[in-house]
Design a protein around this ligand. Structure first.
Ligand code: AMP
Length: 465
């Protein structure tokens, strides 16, 4: 949509929008506003900075129209005092040509002024769950007229332990004819659960951090022949701890995560500077690891897909996809963890021949081609691909082709010499044959803590020759 005139907003709001300098709606506004205006429950996945506040505030102002009675008709809950104040300021700006009354309720200061404002009559409450409940229990807040409820930054509210309070609030406010809106930056399972409890037939709108992807995150792909070379490259990169300051390495399985962790801990990074999180680690261990990483005590966090859903760590220097994510949207979410708030970040993806298919799909989603970069020359040992691993990759490629074309019979058995292909690939990347590369950097014959059985993902598991 070109401008805000296309929404069913009144003149007062359109004038305020113009004063705010908004020329055209942001993607979340374009998607969410018509739904909210039509009275639907909406689940919005959007981060701060996307214009999500106006996406729900404008329709709420439209619905409330003008000051009426004394009891509030809309309640917006947000996790922190800062966010509550920020939302309240947005309402002040956008409601400036209306007589709508609103108040920000948060802790850290005495409630007297807040109570006085409520008593004078108020249309919209913006509150932290704690202060809302506190004033409700003192019988300072009448909830009978509440017809719209917003939970903003739901993921953060849950991280901060507000779930019980939110449930209580949901119990005390009338549910009949109530419109519910839930906004969250991420969509981990617990937010999904909450959305089922709280929303009725919601429409989900999502703005992935695609803009961020294209602008601030430098993305690249390293083409690698096999699992062991991937491990070698992790070693080379992580040794440069001044560049790779705060890194998350994503991989597909617990075994691979544990192996990368052991390898880095034993040979590459300083003591205590690497942690691993996956489903087998207890909740407390995971939380401790994430806190240590967030605080900068830990340089590298190795994580599986499962454990990484809903990780709310931002501003990492590098995201490394040791394995290409098979849920393609995860790529966008993963790399969204870097390059936030004007920090430049880098997202590096390791690609074997059997990953090319998945990369193409990802490139379609992000609407750009991820640049392929030459492998770092210094210190990297290119390993020969074990026959088993090569076979597994070729089989996977066959399966991918079959998926695209059910008539495809499979080319795997026709391949003359799979290893020749791998050699060619390595040669193309380095300009040298694997043997020469190995000679130049001296084969070290190290095991890297990868046992024959547990090392490697399903696509890249191979026996040591
Ligand atoms: P939010 O994601 O709601 O925190 O908004 C981020 C910033 O974007 C705020 O400073 C808003 O004032 C601003 N903003 C919201 N909508 C628009 C728009 N349509 N055009 C330009 N700026 C906007």
């Amino acid at each position: 949509m070109e401008n805000f005139e296309g929404f069913q907003l009144n003149r007062q709001l359109l004038n305020a929008i113009q004063d705010s300098g908004y020329q055209s709606p942001t993607p979340i506004q374009e998607q969410a506003m018509p739904l909210v205006l039509a009275g639907h429950d909406v689940l919005g996945i959007a981060q701060t900075g996307t214009g999500k506040t106006a996406a729900y505030v404008l329709p709420i102002l439209m619905k409330i129209k003008y000051a009426q009675g004394t009891l509030p008709r809309a309640l917006i809950l947000a996790p922190t005092r800062e966010l509550v104040m920020q939302i309240d300021v947005a309402i002040t700006d956008l409601a400036k040509y209306t007589d709508i009354r609103h108040v920000a309720l948060y802790g850290g200061i005495g409630p007297k002024t807040q109570i006085e404002t409520i008593q004078k009559g108020v249309d919209i409450l913006v509150a932290t769950p704690g202060r809302f409940m506190d004033l409700y229990l003192r019988e300072e807040i009448g909830v009978k007229e509440l017809k719209t409820l917003v939970l903003d930054e739901a993921d953060k509210m849950m991280d901060m332990g507000f779930m019980r309070q939110i449930r209580k609030i949901l119990e005390v406010i009338p549910s009949k004819k109530r419109q519910n809106l839930l906004f969250s930056a991420t969509f981990p399972p617990r937010v999904e659960e909450l959305s089922h409890e709280f929303l009725e037939f919601p429409t989900k709108v999502e703005v992935t951090p695609q803009a961020t992807t294209a602008t601030k995150v430098n993305q690249k792909i390293y083409e690698l022949p096999n699992f062991k070379t991937k491990i070698n490259l992790i070693g080379v990169l992580m040794s440069d701890y001044q560049t790779f300051k705060k890194v998350i390495i994503f991989c597909r399985s617990k075994e691979v995560a544990d192996n990368i962790f052991k390898f880095l801990e034993r040979k590459i990074v300083a003591a205590g500077k690497v942690r691993v999180i996956h489903a087998n680690k207890g909740q407390n261990t995971r939380i401790n690891s994430m806190d240590a990483f967030r605080d900068g005590e830990v340089q590298v966090l190795v994580a599986t897909d499962v454990a990484s859903r809903g990780i709310d760590i931002e501003e990492v220097s590098h995201v490394i996809n040791f394995d290409v994510p098979l849920i393609y949207e995860d790529y966008v979410h993963r790399i969204g963890r870097t390059g936030r708030a004007n920090h430049n970040g880098e997202a590096i993806t390791f690609m074997t021949i059997s990953d090319e298919y998945h990369i193409q799909k990802i490139e379609k989603i992000i609407k750009m081609k991820i640049p392929r970069e030459a492998l770092p020359q210094a210190g990297l040992t290119i390993e020969e691909t074990p026959a088993e691993e090569q076979k597994a990759m070729l089989r996977e490629i066959d399966n991918q082709r079959k998926k695209e074309d059910p008539d495809f019979k499979g080319a795997f058995h026709e391949k003359k010499d799979p290893r020749a292909r791998a050699r060619e690939k390595a040669k193309k990347q380095t300009g040298k044959s694997p043997e020469k590369v190995k000679a130049a950097f001296k084969p070290n014959g190290r095991n890297y803590g990868i046992s024959k059985k547990s090392g490697g993902s399903s696509s890249s598991r191979g026996k040591k020759k």
